[in-house]
Design a binder for this molecule. Structure first.
Ligand code: GLN
Length: 487
């Protein structure tokens, strides 16, 4: 028997069902690793040991009685953006330092119903704004491949936790790349589903037309298992789509013969690190060997995604974050003189610099004098980017390219220059603007650090995207590489 912490979700589910080990054993093993790693990685904001062990005991009882859902007894972590009843949800901010939600997010509730055991809440960039996990009020997360490097963001805690095998899977959210980018930088698998596939109910809102919950796991097979339990229509989310959830696991083994793969011309640009490009091209050759047909595809408006995103996302954030006024919940300043003082000081103290920058930019682009010039223009270009993708998917089945321009960078290297930081998401933002499913899978190492390959599919083609990722993972073992010291 390999060690419990080295197993993926599929393997753990089988072992627990066969009662080869108990959920209490599995949960204890992971909790011990989480506690040992905290000083070095800072991947968690809250660890819920007692609650986890109680859930594990309940899972063991269900399994013994021949019951239990698809994830019965498996420990997972939630990004601290998902509301959890009775356990604080900080969203990486001082604003919500003591916030305890009175209800569970739909994702949390669904995974719990499937039998998953929540071991804690993971660290993240404040309100999911960032690409390096350095904007968290709770301190930066460190990359298990090298603690001097960032894990990526905003779901850096979830990504580092999975990469260091502290948990076999974790939830995450992706507004502009926050699942795929940290997956790439930490050498794991990260899936952002189609907008509307996973409920946003109880997920703290950043930019509502872009935010989408998804999964971080070691393999695509594990992602298929977890997504199947999270996805589905939710009447409590008005943008949730009422379409059946396919059996993602059953559809993993699709032959690739004749699969039309589009290489995104705009992604192989001068910003792409030459060694990263080489690893991506190596993976493309593997796909060719499996029978896929490669063609170059151009999406002419795609290079505008970063500027469009940095108008749309701040606009929506400035509106969403207006609710944090010190009155109903969240941080409240001491002894306010009057209502204006209460607003100003509560928000001034509760939010960090990046969040303030976004609120100011967003308020500016929505203001009467600039709405047409910025917000409306951005929405129009967004429609053009969407049309580019629609056209591309008339020619090809999936689009493939790099996830990020470079491997993980040093802590502090990009904090002084927001634009340089924003450019990390140059290859991921397009899928958010168009609402498309996209996955990042490890495809090699550069200077000892992992590199991600991105596969984008048409709306609701999660099964296809997962099967293309799975095919690569059947013939390569990059996804099984564990950072030194964490095996
Ligand atoms: N890095 C991007 C940003 O800072 C994306 C964040 C995300 O996907 N949540 O907004």
């Amino acid at each position: 028997m390999s060690e419990l912490h080295g197993m993926g979700l599929v393997e753990l589910a089988a072992g627990l069902k066969a009662r080869r080990f108990s959920s209490v054993e599995v949960t204890e093993a992971h909790l011990a690793r989480i506690e040992r790693a905290q000083g070095e990685l800072n991947a968690f904001i809250s660890v819920t040991r007692e609650q986890a062990l109680a859930q594990a005991r309940a899972a063991d009882a269900a399994l013994a009685a021949g019951r239990g859902g698809a994830l019965a007894g498996i420990p997972i972590a939630h990004k601290d953006i998902f509301c959890t009843q009775g356990v604080r949800t900080t969203c990486g901010s001082r604003m919500l330092e003591n916030f305890v939600s009175p209800y569970d997010a739909t994702v949390v509730q669904k995974l719990q119903a499937a039998g998953a055991v929540m071991v804690g809440k993971t660290n993240m960039d404040e309100f999911a704004m960032g690409s390096s996990n350095e904007t968290s009020y709770y301190g930066p997360v460190r990359n298990p491949w090298d603690p001097k490097l960032v894990p990526g963001g905003s779901s850096g805690g979830s990504a580092a936790a999975v990469a260091a095998r502290l948990v076999p899977g974790a939830t995450a959210t992706d507004t502009g790349g926050s699942i795929r980018q940290p997956a790439a930088l930490c050498g794991i698998t990260g899936l952002k589903p189609t907008y509307g596939r996973v409920s946003r109910y109880g997920m703290v809102a950043f930019a509502s037309s872009l935010d989408q919950g998804g999964v971080l796991t070691v393999s695509a097979a594990d992602a298929a298992l977890m997504l199947g339990e999270m996805a589905g229509f939710d009447p409590r989310d008005s943008t949730s789509v009422d379409t059946p959830v396919p059996d993602y696991q059953a559809q993993l083994r699709q032959p690739l013969t004749g699969l039309k793969v589009g290489l995104l011309k705009e992604f192989f640009d001068k910003g792409l690190d030459a060694d990263n490009e080489q690893r991506v091209r190596d993976a493309l050759r593997v796909y060719e060997g499996l029978g896929a047909k490669l063609t170059e595809v151009s999406l002419p408006n795609l290079p505008l995604s970063v500027p469009v995103y940095y108008v749309v996302a701040p606009a929506e954030c400035s509106s969403n974050l207006a609710r944090f006024d010190g009155v109903r919940f969240g941080h409240r300043c001491d002894k306010p003189r009057d209502l204006m003082d209460l607003y100003c000081r509560s928000r001034g103290e509760g939010f960090g610099a990046e969040v303030k920058r976004r609120i100011m930019t967003g308020t500016y682009v929505l203001s009467a004098g600039y709405y047409d010039a910025y917000y409306l223009k951005a929405q129009r270009v967004r429609a053009l980017i969407n049309a580019d993708f629609v056209r591309a998917f008339q020619q090809v089945d999936v689009l493939i390219g790099p996830t990020t321009p470079t491997p993980a960078f040093a802590l502090g290297a990009k904090t002084a220059d927001p634009i340089t930081m924003y450019l990390n998401d140059i290859y991921t933002i397009g899928a958010n603007l168009a609402g498309l499913p996209a996955i990042s899978v490890p495809c090699g190492l550069v200077r000892g650090l992992p590199v991600g390959l991105q596969i984008v599919g048409p709306h609701f083609a999660e099964a296809r995207v997962l099967s293309v990722a799975h095919a690569l993972q059947q013939v390569t073992d990059w996804h099984r590489r564990v950072p030194e010291g964490w095996a």
